[in-house]
Design a protein. Sequence first.
Length: 219
Amino acid sequence: MIEINNYIEHTLLKADATNKEIEKLVEDAINYKFFGVCINPSYVELTNTLLKGSNVKIVTVVNFPLSNNTIDMTLYQTQRVLELGAKEVDTVLNISALKNKDYKKVEQDIKKTKEICANNTLKVILETDLLNELEIVESCKCAINAGADFVKTSTGFVKNGVGATVSAVKLMYETVNPQGLGVKASGGIKDYTKARALIEAGAQRLGTSSGVEIITRKV
């Protein structure tokens, strides 16, 4: 039997998140024994304090959501969030470079970020809503070559985007799993049925703001 709570990174990345909402997010993550919480960098320090003594992991995002930082900005941000207590980092790959077929640039940026995350998990967000199947595969190959730990579907911030799909997760899993990388599905995961389908397609993590509803099957 799948224990979906073990897959869930309980997520709150909206721009107007408040301290009280972060506190509730952490409380729910502890109560439902979620794998982790995924929050913006500005809340890493508070979340680290709230999670003292807990096994719930702190996940945060860098170069997010547009992937338009210069690499030195991303590297500084990565170093800082780790200093503040983040255990895992989700970074958006350089989508413009990917579209330009500059795979060397994409790979180098991920590799440099992973060097800072040497003792921490690095997930690479592909933003699959903006990619075709070939680009998804090429993105996965860049993540493999750069030494990343996971590839992730989406930021959840693409206008009219659908987020994680079974077909994208399956393609990502088939590409990276033989090389030992995991897949995180994120974006638009709002009910138990979809969560279960994504896990069956190969997702080892689920980024969702509907974790409680999924676990209690209220949706």
